[in-house]
Design a binder for this molecule. Sequence first.
Ligand code: ADP
Length: 497
Amino acid sequence: MSNLFIELKTPATGPYKQPIGLFINNEFVEGVEKKTFEVINPSTEEVICSVHEATEKDVDVAVAAARKAFEGEWRRVTPQQRSIYLLKLADLVEKNLDLLAAVESLDNGKSITMARGDVGAVVGTIRYYGGWADKIEGKTIDINPDMFHYTRREPIGVCGQIIPWNFPLLMLAWKIAPALATGNTIVLKSAEQTPLSALVFAQFVKEAGFPPGVLNIISGFGRTAGAALSSHMDVDKIAFTGSTVVGRTIMKAAAASNLKKVTLELGGKSPNIVFNDADIEEAISWVNFGIYFNHGQCCCAGSRIYVQEGIYDKFVEAFKQRALQNKVGDPFHPETFQGPQVSQLQYERIMGYIQSGKEQGATVVTGGERHGDKGYFIQPTIFANASQDMKIMQEEIFGPVCAIAKFKTEEDAIRLGNDTAYGLAASVHTKDLNTAIRVSNGLKAGTVWVNCHNMLNHALPFGGYKASGIGRELGELALANYTENKSVAINMAGKMF
Ligand code: ADP
C-alpha cells in the first residue's frame, strides 16, 4: 500500500482499496506541491481520508498529458475502437456497481438505493455514447457543379470539465461520455466535497483500454484547480455543471483567456404546477419526489409549487402527510430516502433560507429544523402561503425545502412559473391534455415534465433557458458540444473562377 491508495471500508461492501492520487496519464500520482485535503463523511461529520490535491501546476501537467494524447495516439484510434472502449468501460462500471454506489453513499451521503440508481444511469449514459462514437457524420452540400463541398465533424481537442458534488459519478458520465465518443481528450476536476467515487472509477478507465492521457481525473478546489482549467491557454473547451455564480466566473475566464468553447449547466428554481383536475395522490407523489429526491440537491428540483385554488388546502395537508413519510437518516439503511446534505456549508446555507422564509412570513407546514444532532441532516420542509418576492421563491436553495403558493387561472400559472431568472425545468400536473400542452409550450424551461418530475434519461437532451445555462447535455445534441464543424470546399474546375 503506497500513499496513493488507502484501505477503506463501506458499510455495504466492506473493505476496499481507495485510490487517492491524481489520475494523470493512466496512473495515480501525487500533486507537484504534494498537498492533500480531507474528505468528510456528511452523515457523521468525520474525516474519511485525505486525497491528493491538484494545484495550478498539476493542471498544467494534466493538460499537457491530454494534449499529447490528443495530438498523438488518440488521433489514430478509429471511431469504432472508441465505441469499444466506451462499451468496455460501461461493462466495468456495471460489474463494480455495488462498490461505486457504496463509495458514493459514503462520500456524498445519498441513500444507497439512490446511489445504485445513479450508477445504473452512469452505465446507461456511457453505453449510449459508446453507440454514437461511430455514427458521427458530416454532409456533402451541393452548391456548384465545379466545386465539391463537404463538412466534417472533428473533435474540439483538450476539454476541461468541472463537475459538482450532487451526482458525482453521474455528472462525470454526462461529461466524459460524449466528449470521448467524439474523440476529444479530457481533464476532469471532481468537486472537492466528493472526490472518492471518481477516483475508483478512474481505475476502470485504464482497464477499459483507453490510451494514457485521454481521460485525466483530478481532485482539487474551484478557486485554484478549477480556475486554472477554465483560464488555461491550451484547453480548447470547458464544460461546467454547478452554480450560476461560478458559471459566470468560468465564462469570463474562458473569454479572457483563449475564448475556449463553453457549455454550462447551472442552477434552477423549477415550478411544479398542479391544476384542480390533477390526480391529487399521484401529483403529490411526484411533487414530493420532485423536491426531496437527492435531498433537494438537484438543479432541476421542483422547489416552487403552484397549486390551483380549488384544491389548495387539500393539497397542502395531503402533501404534508406525504413528506412526513420520507425516511430521513443513515444512507446505508435500505429504507432511507433522504440522507444528509453534502457539507456543513450547504447545511448552513439551507438553514439560512429556512430562517428567511420564516422571517418573511411564509407558513411552515412541516419541517424547518435540523434532523438529529449529528451529520448534516435537515427535515423535509414545506412552506405554504409563499409570495413571489420571498427569497425562498426566487433563489435556489439546493436543499429539502419547497414553497407553495396558490394560483387561479392557466395564464397565472404560466406567468408565475416563468417569474424567475432560471429556466431549467418545470412540471405540470393535469388530466387535460390540452392544458398540459398549452402550459408546456408557455413555460420557458429546457425540460417540461407532465404528470411526473425528475424523469431524466441519457437519450433526452437536458439543459437550461435563461440563467440556467448554455447548451444541452445528453442525447444527440450533446455531440455538438464536443465537435467543431469543418467545411471543405474543393475547386474541381482546375482554374480560378
Ligand atoms: P457549490 O457552491 O454548490 O459547491 P459550485 O458551483 O461552487 O457549487 O461548485 C461546482 C464545481 O465548480 C466544483 O467542482 C467547484 O470546485 C468548482 N468551482 C468553484 N469555484 C470555481 C471557480 N472560480 N472556477 C472554476 N471552478 C470552480
